[in-house]
Design a protein around this ligand. Structure first.
Ligand code: ADE
Length: 370
């Protein structure tokens, strides 16, 4: 009985307070639902909206996405981060077109077979686009359920079973989105708005007087910090040497200025590469990564960029390396899929990592007006 009451209250609240978001327009298009769910996995709603709109202008259908080269897909994803999401979405679109005649599977089981589709995404697509009775638990939903039921350290499976038991048959889509909205707007991690919550009289965490204590926060391990040196290598014709990261792994398929992590046993801030006054470490890095022997070159510091990933942080120190001639040497990429001498316009057409975009801006600032 209590469960029924919870779903009813939630759905009544949702009818009045649901957020009007572009991917919620009826009738739901499974491709659009899928795209939104993938974009929203690690990214806030307000960031996603313009990416979502732009994406649909360029790839209005699953077929259009499947027919596009991966480079174009990554370029459109540029800045959203977690690029494996875009690579998997593209691979999955190709798989659906090739093996399912372009029809997105309507069941959790069928969806789970697609690249990049996990339990959450499968449940969200099945319930939102196909009205299947499937739960979809993201971080917000897990927090709401933990609080309502007073679970301090719930196991993943426990929460999924709980959500399943609460689903109102035939209304799972609205139920899932209602939980998402409640978690995003009322039952927030800090300072939850309990007086505005439709579930407050059922909520164990609220009754405890300290709702924020649920679920208990795990103590964060300190994140490793890596140092990276970067060379913006520019030849006499103004072309810039770009490297494409290998397709798999972190930032796979994206382009960057020639870079390498410093595996230094000396001090941790890269002084050996930058502060000693010697350009030798930078030149060594360049020859290792590209096969290019930098002879006489004008080398100057460009700046520093910091970036945080989920499990580590990086500091990139960038150098501007101006070659005195047009470079005709044969390149030997090491750890790059491809190397490319790119004009400034070409650089801007490549999918760059976020920190490379910042480095590019630094470079542009040195060249404008000169
Ligand atoms: N976060 C993940 N999926 C969402 C959705 N469909 N609506 C709003 N926020 C979300």
């Amino acid at each position: 009985m209590r469960e029924r009451t919870l779903a009813d209250r939630l759905l009544r609240w949702f009818a009045r307070h649901r957020r009007d978001l572009p991917w919620r327009r009826e009738p739901r298009d499974p491709y659009r639902v899928w795209l939104a769910e993938v974009m929203l996995q690690q990214t806030q709603v307000t960031t996603v909206v313009p990416y979502y709109e732009r994406w649909l202008e360029r790839f209005p259908t699953l077929e259009a996405l499947a027919a596009a080269p991966l480079d174009a897909v990554l370029k459109l994803w540029e800045g959203l981060g977690y690029y494996a999401r875009a690579r998997n979405l593209h691979a999955a679109a190709c798989a659906v077109v090739q093996t399912h005649g372009g029809r997105i599977p309507a069941t959790v089981e069928g969806l789970l077979r697609l690249p990049g589709v996990g339990r959450y995404t499968a449940g969200a697509i099945a319930s939102l686009a196909f009205n299947a009775d499937a739960p979809a638990l993201d971080g917000n939903v897990k927090r709401v359920l933990s609080r309502v039921h007073g679970l301090s350290a719930p196991k993943e499976d426990e929460l999924w079973r709980l959500a399943e038991s609460l689903l109102p048959p035939g209304r799972a889509g609205a139920f899932n989105e209602a939980l998402m909205d409640l978690g995003a707007t009322v039952c927030t991690p800090r300072a939850p708005q309990c007086p505005a919550c439709p579930l407050r009289t059922l909520c164990v965490a609220q009754a405890s007087g300290d709702p924020e204590a649920y679920p208990a926060r795990l103590r964060k391990k300190s994140t490793p910090h890596h140092q990276v040196i970067t060379a913006v290598i520019v030849d006499e014709g103004g072309r810039v040497l770009m490297g494409q990261r290998p397709p798999d792994g972190l930032l796979g398929g994206l382009w960057e200025f020639v870079s390498s992590e410093l595996r230094t046993s000396s001090n941790s801030n890269g002084e050996d590469a930058f502060g000693s006054g010697s350009s030798a470490p930078l030149k060594r890095m360049i020859v290792t990564r590209t096969g290019l022997h930098i002879g006489r070159a004008d080398i100057a510091p460009l700046g520093e960029v910091k970036h945080a990933f989920t499990h580590f942080r990086i500091t990139r120190r960038a150098w501007l390396v101006r070659l005195a001639t047009r470079c005709h040497a044969t390149l030997q990429p090491k750890g790059y899929g491809r190397l490319l001498w790119a004009s400034p316009a070409e650089v801007e057409s490549l999918a760059l990592t976020r920190s490379d975009q910042k480095i590019w801006q630094m470079y542009r600032n040195t060249t404008t007006g000169s």
